[in-house]
Design a protein around this ligand. Structure first.
Ligand code: AHR
Length: 309
């Protein structure tokens, strides 16, 4: 009986698993799929109970999910906000219920910064700057000719779309020969990227020299549109994009994409670590940034085997 008791007691006394409610943006890109996998895998590895909700790129779905996590009394809420604004009310509700919140990947615009504990994610302005620096350099090496740039923006109102646009513009204004002649959202998806690129090609034709896409998926969609228009992506139109997903490396190896700026989706381990600290009342940095690189086409074949997403 004693042996039985000692086998049973540790189980009975075992700490209750941490419960995290996570509201994801959607499944709009290769990046997002890898981000979801990283969060789910890390939760499993850390023994965290993850309540996962996919918002299908709609803010109202995220608000509903957050309210449902509050009603279920989870230990912590984490979410990657579809857009930056409109979060004050629901985050105040979480605060009133004493449920801490962690932002992953994207930031929010709130009047009270205490509404969230930390933001774990990339510096999107810097990613835009990196894309701009690559293009400045390309322009210099290529005889400093005037370049007409078309831009495929991410989801309207989202932090990466706002910041990547701003960072890129900040850098390219150093060369007045670089001009953004068309800019439109492609909502971070391949389908929309292709559709919008088709429209750009219809109105501007061969006068487009450069495509700046806020993510690889839109660039990959646009590559299709460029080929269907009888032009050579990566040659007739130089393509600069962001994320560094495997699909981008394959496109670079095929000579169809010129450079991708890395944005790591592998945020799961950092989220689990920060969540535990926050729930235990330990201090965490208000901003946790991820280290990232730039991959031009000439290193793509060497780097592809090392890519984790
Ligand atoms: O918020 C990160 C961005 O969202 C990624 O660049 C993009 O691919 C995703 O959909």
């Amino acid at each position: 009986a004693l042996a039985l008791a000692s086998a049973v007691i540790p189980q009975a006394m075992a700490a209750k698993p941490l419960v995290i409610g996570f509201s994801q943006v959607g499944a709009e890109s290769e990046w997002r799929t890898a981000n979801t996998a990283s969060i789910k895998d890390s939760a499993k590895k850390e023994g965290v109970t993850l309540k996962f909700a996919d918002a299908q790129q709609r803010q109202e779905n995220q608000v509903k999910a957050i309210r449902s996590f509050i009603a279920q009394r989870v230990d912590l809420i984490a979410f990657s906000p579809v857009v930056e604004s409109g979060w004050d009310t629901v985050l105040r509700e979480a605060k009133a219920a004493k449920i801490p919140v962690i932002l992953t990947d994207r930031s929010v615009n709130v009047s009270d910064p205490s509404l969230y504990a930390t933001l774990i994610g990339s510096d999107f302005v810097e990613e835009g700057r990196k894309a701009g620096r690559w293009l400045l350099d390309y322009a210099k090496k290529n005889g400093d000719k005037p370049l007409n740039i078309v831009e495929l923006q991410g989801t309207v109102g989202s932090a990466p779309a706002i910041d990547r646009k701003a960072g890129f513009e900040e850098i390219i204004k150093a060369n007045p020969k670089l001009k953004v002649v068309r800019t439109q959202t492609g909502d971070f998806t391949r389908t929309k990227g292709k559709e919008v690129m088709e429209a750009f090609l219809k109105s501007m034709g061969k006068s487009i020299n450069v495509l700046y896409a806020h993510n690889d998926d839109m660039a990959i969609g646009a590559i299709q549109a460029i080929e269907e228009a009888g032009l050579k992506p990566g040659k007739d139109i130089i393509i600069v994009s962001i994320d560094g997903v495997k699909g981008a490396f394959q496109a670079m190896i095929a000579g169809k994409l010129n450079v991708t700026v890395e944005c790591s989706p592998l945020l799961g381990p950092q989220l689990m670590e920060a969540a535990r600290k926050v729930v235990e009342g330990k201090p965490v940095d208000k901003r946790i940034v991820v280290n990232e690189s730039v991959f031009p086409a000439d290193v793509a074949a060497k780097e592809l085997p090392n890519r984790k997403y």
